[in-house]
Write a protein that binds this ligand. Sequence first.
Ligand SMILES: NC(=O)c1ccc[n+]([C@@H]2O[C@H](COP(=O)([O-])OP(=O)(O)OC[C@H]3O[C@@H](n4cnc5c(N)ncnc54)[C@H](OP(=O)(O)O)[C@@H]3O)[C@@H](O)[C@H]2O)c1
Length: 263
Amino acid sequence: MLKIAVVGSGKIGTSIIKSIIGKYEVIATARSKETLARIKDLGIETTTDNSYAVKGSDVVILSVKPYHFPSVVSQVKSWEGKTVVSVMAGVKLSTLTRITKTKVFRAMPNINASILESSTAVAGEEDSLVTEILESFGKVYWVQEELIDAWTALVGSGPAFLAEIIDALVMGGVSVGIPRDLAYHAVLDVMKGTANMLKAKAYHPSNLRDEVTTPAGTTIRGLAILEREGVKSALMETIEAAFKRSREIGDEIDKGIREKLNV
Ligand SMILES: NC(=O)c1ccc[n+]([C@@H]2O[C@H](COP(=O)([O-])OP(=O)(O)OC[C@H]3O[C@@H](n4cnc5c(N)ncnc54)[C@H](OP(=O)(O)O)[C@@H]3O)[C@@H](O)[C@H]2O)c1
């Protein structure tokens, strides 16, 4: 059975581990006894020894915070022959290649990986094994590395933006008399149903909008407010602002790692 080392068993590392257990042999690493104990309960091999974990594996998933990556690099003697998949924000493929001198991939999942519904972008030379592994926790899209910062803004931060929108709609529901819990479930149903509807019909969102909008009806009154308040442009700018910050942080992170490791 293919063996995968998950280096860094935090929030995203744990989601990944849970999704691949049983499909692959897994060894996971962390620094603290507490984290190792929590992961051991999942029934897999654990260790603080990154060198040992990498040596005995075919594939290595790097899921430490980027500023902890140099300490991992100082421990791992050789990455030769390994397939390395990094989910670390900011660390560029060129830097990963210079450090590991092996086949590297840079992936950006999102928090929905914890319920196996991530939307994961991955950059590198397209590889069916990497697709198969990443599909364990959701959908996989191969992209050029240039898109990873944009993906981080749209898809990485996306759940937070949608959560805000959901919260606002629920408050609107409460404002017109629907009990909070009921409004909350209704909004989640509407979100999910709308996404499924758009997928099923494969048409543009404006088609769906027009289908719902009766002349002189209720929807057009609401749409007029969305227009007046500039909600669409605010959302577009939201993604742009997140993108700029993602690029800024990414550049800082990558530069920091290259300087620290002299690569
Ligand atoms: N969270 C997300 O939704 C998400 C999404 C996409 C990408 N990412 C990326 O994934 C990476 C991890 O994020 P996270 O939110 O999962 O962080 P986290 O919860 O802080 O997890 C980091 C883990 O790395 C471990 N670690 C630190 N130094 C280590 C070392 N030298 N050797 C082995 N393990 C070590 C820590 O161990 P201890 O617990 O023992 O300290 C911890 O379990 C980041 O680079 C982030 O950009 C996260």
